[in-house]
Design a protein around this ligand. Structure first.
Ligand SMILES: NC(=O)c1ccc[n+]([C@@H]2O[C@H](COP(=O)([O-])OP(=O)(O)OC[C@H]3O[C@@H](n4cnc5c(N)ncnc54)[C@H](O)[C@@H]3O)[C@@H](O)[C@H]2O)c1
Ligand SMILES: *[C@@H]1O[C@H](CO)[C@@H](O)[C@H](O)[C@H]1NC(C)=O
Ligand SMILES: *[C@@H]1O[C@H](CO)[C@@H](O)[C@H](O)[C@H]1NC(C)=O
Ligand SMILES: *[C@@H]1O[C@H](CO)[C@@H](O)[C@H](O)[C@H]1NC(C)=O
Ligand SMILES: *[C@@H]1O[C@H](CO)[C@@H](O)[C@H](O)[C@H]1NC(C)=O
Ligand SMILES: *[C@@H]1O[C@H](CO)[C@@H](O)[C@H](O)[C@H]1NC(C)=O
Length: 334
């Protein structure tokens, strides 16, 4: 059995992977009002997929909907706080009525706190779990039944490299992303056991991405932070090929093997080298300004993000930053 799959992989490597068309699908993207979610929405729209986006940011939703409509595509946005189970179920019924059966569910919305554990207020820890993993349960429970009925569906989990290795200052984030990785893996096996072979799942684990607003100016070395457009392209390819796990960049997959094969201190030493400080905006101010200048040139092409202008000062006093934060819109930290 294993041999057959290995042979199949070699065959695909040699002759190219088959890619499915998504032109007849209806996709739902959580967190589609910004960053990766918006870029995925744009790409799906260009392929003819009907797109539904959920976000808490009304302005962000409007912007995405406008961009997709300008392209001549179908896009409908809903204000949904996915950390609230009841809201998810209610909005799911609405989508079902207004648009139809969702066949591609992309659990993309995510939040990060970015403090040492003891500096992280309890409500931010809960928020990390509610958005980064609990929401996946609610959205999946809402849309999977129709996928099973229609014998067609794809559930995409946007996790993170931090779902495979723990990173300091990201204790809550890492833990929630590990959970998301586990959610995807267990769900895939369960669907297989239940014989729902037409429902695919894909887990996406990117390293830090530039300019989406989430990990702007994170201090990473050696492995360069990723271009959001390239990540979005890679995700679309992974979906079309029904890939199970996409680690971006892919060479990190090889390094993950080393995690289990070497003493743990090697892993921590390595991680400390590549990610000196994982808190968003943690880079020294000088390079932040330069990074911003660069970011503007890159983003102007698609004009995706504006959030990185919000706060350029390095993180020095967590509590004062927390007070500045507008607490309504998803309580975005920074
Ligand atoms: N940016 C990175 O470096 C990076 C790296 C690895 C993985 N990821 C993951 O990729 C995904 C997308 O990240 P991004 O960089 O585009 O982030 P982003 O902050 O740019 O976008 C996230 C979107 O989710 C929305 N959102 C937040 N809380 C919500 C809630 N409760 N209900 C509904 N919507 C909510 C936000 O309003 C925002 O529009 C996340 O899951 C993130 O963890 C990001
Ligand atoms: C979003 O768009 C709708 C209609 O297009 C408009 O009525 C509303 O004011 C917009 N909201 C924001 C926050 O831009
Ligand atoms: C909401 O989205 C808009 C447009 O993408 C962005 O400018 C704004 O900063 C976002 N607000 C929050 C609180 O994230
Ligand atoms: C940005 O980098 C350039 C050269 O790479 C340097 O001349 C300039 O002083 C830097 N800007 C800041 C604000 O540090
Ligand atoms: C980034 O900025 C540096 C210095 O300011 C410049 O040399 C480089 O060309 C810029 N890169 C991009 C992609 O704009
Ligand atoms: C952080 O800021 C708050 C409010 O501005 C202040 O009360 C507190 O003393 C500051 N803490 C540190 C360590 O600077």
């Amino acid at each position: 059995m294993a041999l057959i799959f290995l042979l199949q992989t070699f065959y695909y490597l040699a002759f190219g992977w088959p890619e499915k068309s998504l032109s007849k699908d209806i996709a739902l993207i959580t967190g589609g009002g910004n960053g990766l979610g918006r870029l995925l929405a744009l790409r799906l729209c260009k392929m003819g997929t009907k797109v539904v986006i959920w976000d808490i940011n009304k302005t962000g939703i409007n912007k995405t909907v406008e961009m997709l409509n300008d392209l001549g595509g179908y896009c409908k946005g809903y204000v949904v706080d996915i950390s609230k189970r009841e809201e998810v179920y209610k909005a799911a019924e609405e989508v079902q009525r207004d648009v139809g059966d969702i066949s591609v569910l992309i659990n993309n919305a995510g939040v990060v706190s970015g403090f040492n554990l003891l500096d992280t207020p309890d409500h931010l820890i809960e928020r990390s779990f509610n958005v980064n993993v609990m929401a996946h349960f609610w959205t999946t429970k809402a849309f999977l039944p129709k996928m099973i009925e229609n014998e067609n569906g794809h559930i995409v989990t946007i996790a993170s490299m931090a779902g495979h290795v723990g990173i300091n200052k990201l204790v809550d984030y890492s833990a929630s992303k590990f959970a998301a990785v586990g959610f995807d893996e267990a769900l895939r096996l369960e669907l297989e056991v239940l014989g729902h072979n037409n429902i695919k799942t894909t887990c996406i684990c990117p390293f830090f991405i530039q300019q989406t607003g989430m990990f702007d100016n994170v201090w990473a070395r050696w492995v360069s932070t990723l271009n959001p457009n390239e990540v979005a392209d890679r995700i679309i390819t992974a979906i079309k090929r029904n890939e199970k796990l996409a680690i971006i960049p892919s060479f990190l997959r090889g390094l993950l093997i080393l995690k289990w094969a070497t003493p743990f201190r090697c892993t921590t030493a390595f991680l400390r080298c590549i990610v000196p400080d994982a808190a968003p905006h943690s880079r020294p101010e000088k390079s932040v300004l330069n990074a911003t200048a660069n970011a503007t040139t890159i983003t102007s092409k698609v004009d995706i993000m504006s959030t990185f202008k919000e706060n350029l000062s390095p993180l020095t006093n967590a509590s004062s930053l927390l007070m500045q934060r507008s607490s309504s819109l998803g309580e975005r930290v920074l």
